[in-house]
Design a binder for this molecule. Structure first.
Ligand SMILES: Cc1cc2nc3c(=O)[nH]c(=O)nc-3n(C[C@H](O)[C@H](O)[C@H](O)COP(=O)(O)OP(=O)(O)OC[C@H]3O[C@@H](n4cnc5c(N)ncnc54)[C@H](O)[C@@H]3O)c2cc1C
Length: 474
């Protein structure tokens, strides 16, 4: 028997790397010398889940079996239900995950909710390592009076509605008013504003779901206010998404010149942000007659924080307080004003959904972890690990790093000596409980049915309820 701890340190020295930067080949060697097949359960089939599966395959090859669970019968998390329907090239990243999903030692186990259908302890008994890649699907609450009025939504719900997430397909936002207020200064706020502003023709080639397209076709919204506590130098909007606002058929963005800092101050910004701020400056320069030609105005209201929402049953207005920003922090000035608002969408961040028996960091809204380690044998990656930040690609190093940690922990003996039942044990449990597991092959049937149902020019028409997905498989 090899001394695995020694093997890891020797490997690290040879590569001149720290233990946490060990390469896949070394991990595989150590793993193989244990002479036991290892089983990994990954909970969540979004980017973090599939990058982790890819990393496990690269590191451990045939010596590992990976089960990727999802509570939905369809894979890919926010690639399907978050990324905007008119950003099909970004959604194309799922082809990479499909390659991993179709490999022999990785399988998709859809329609199973961990924490409800199966407990974490049960998975822990069956798999050597359990990796939570459950994302951050809950909206951070808008904590002001009136937030519970009708037609006030968090972005998880609103985005889920136009993207056909089964949980939010019945949201039925009322778009028959004049003014929508979108709270937040990130790309999600831009996505929401753009979707509200586009004409039907501009959705050609997108996979926006039919119910959302119908509602948007009938929409009477004329003004979209994007509200942010801080100023143009603090936005978290990227140039691509900002640039798109300037190219809309029936909508024009507008920024108040007085909100712009002196141009010379842009020099200290990092290049991406500087580019975004240049675009914001461009919005302030759009002449009034050009703006008047467009039916919808998209107005940036900087240095403004929501104080309360007002309305009888449904939202009718929002009270806003002016802020001033010192050292990047916004502080209310006491000066308030009202914006009429028939729809409010708050895009102020997300939280991970807790799972029974898994330590949770309430303040941060994610699983309590030390660089991905939660408890021996239990790990987390992606938004469930670090909260809702970064791009799709940011989840890749996360996945690779957690697999390195699993390798290290096997080497250190923390995960036992193997011999767990893995997928065979799970299948027995699923049969005993009567779980209706959806496989990757089933998903491909669902996908084909969605493609067949697509309206002209669209890639697919998504099923928006779980029963319809299951029927398409059968
Ligand atoms: C509105 C929006 C638009 C975005 N647009 C872009 C973009 O254009 N470009 C870009 O780079 N990034 C974008 N992002 C960010 C990107 O989507 C995230 O970085 C990425 O999806 C996070 O991956 P994840 O795997 O951690 O979580 P997710 O993608 O959320 O995946 C989590 C998965 O876990 C499953 N799950 C949750 N709980 C359970 C459970 N208990 N049991 C079983 N399964 C469970 C979920 O069903 C889901 O499939 C966007 C994000 C949002 C919210």
């Amino acid at each position: 028997m090899w001394n695995l701890r020694y093997r890891f340190s020797a490997g690290a020295k040879r590569f001149g790397a720290s233990r946490s930067r060990l390469q896949g080949r070394d991990l595989r060697l150590s793993w193989q010398r244990e002479n036991a097949l290892r089983h990994i359960a990954i909970i969540g089939s979004g980017p973090a889940g599939y990058y982790t599966a890819e990393a496990a395959q690269k590191a451990f090859g045939d010596e590992v079996r990976v089960d990727v669970f999802d509570r939905l019968p369809v894979p890919y998390g926010l690639i399907r239900s978050g990324v905007a329907p008119d950003h099909q090239s970004i959604k194309g990243v799922s082809r990479r995950y499909e390659k991993t999903a179709l490999s022999d030692n990785v399988r998709f186990v859809g329609n199973v909710t961990i924490g409800e259908d199966v407990t974490i302890a049960e998975l822990g008994a069956l798999y050597d390592a359990v990796v939570l890649a459950t994302g951050a699907p809950q909206d951070r609450q808008l904590d002001i009076p009136g937030a519970d009025l009708a037609n006030v939504f968090g972005s998880a719900a609103f985005v889920g509605w136009y993207n056909g997430h089964p949980q939010f397909a019945d949201l039925a936002p009322d778009l028959s008013g004049k003014t929508a207020v979108v709270i937040g200064m990130g790309n999600v706020a831009l996505d929401v504003a753009r979707i509200l502003a586009k004409t039907e023709a501009e959705f050609a080639g997108s996979d926006i779901v039919g119910h959302a397209l119908d509602a948007l076709r009938a929409s009477t919204i004329e003004r979209i206010v994007i509200l942010g506590r801080r100023g143009p130098h603090q936005i978290m909007m990227t140039p691509k998404e900002l640039g798109e606002l300037g190219e809309l058929a029936r909508a024009a963005p507008h920024v108040d010149l007085r909100d712009l800092p002196p141009e010379a101050d842009d020099a200290i910004l990092e290049p991406g942000l500087r580019k975004s701020v240049t675009l914001v400056r461009g919005f302030a320069a759009v002449p009034e007659d050009i703006r008047a030609e467009k039916r919808i105005e998209i107005e940036f209201d900087f240095f403004a924080q929501p104080v309360r929402l007002i309305g009888e049953g449904a939202v009718e207005a929002i009270e806003v307080e002016r802020t001033e920003v010192t050292a990047g922090r916004a502080k209310g000035t006491g000066e308030t004003y009202f914006i009429p608002a028939s729809l409010v969408v708050s895009c102020i961040g997300y939280r991970t959904h807790p799972i029974p028996d898994v330590p949770f960091d309430e303040r941060q809204g994610r699983f309590a972890n030390d660089e991905g380690r939660i408890l021996p044998g239990l790990y987390c990656v992606g938004w469930a690990r670090r909260g809702p930040s970064g791009t799709i690609g940011t989840n890749r190093p996360d996945g690779y790093s957690v697999v390195e940690k699993i390798g290290e922990d096997i080497g250190a003996g923390t995960l036992g000596r193997g011999g767990k039942r893995g997928r065979e044990g799970f299948d027995a449990l699923a049969a005993e409980r009567g779980l209706d597991v959806v496989t990757f092959r089933d998903w491909k049937k669902i996908e084909e049915a969605e493609e067949r149902a697509a309206r002209e020019g669209a890639p697919r028409e998504k099923f928006v309820d779980i029963e319809a997905m299951i029927r398409a498989r059968d």
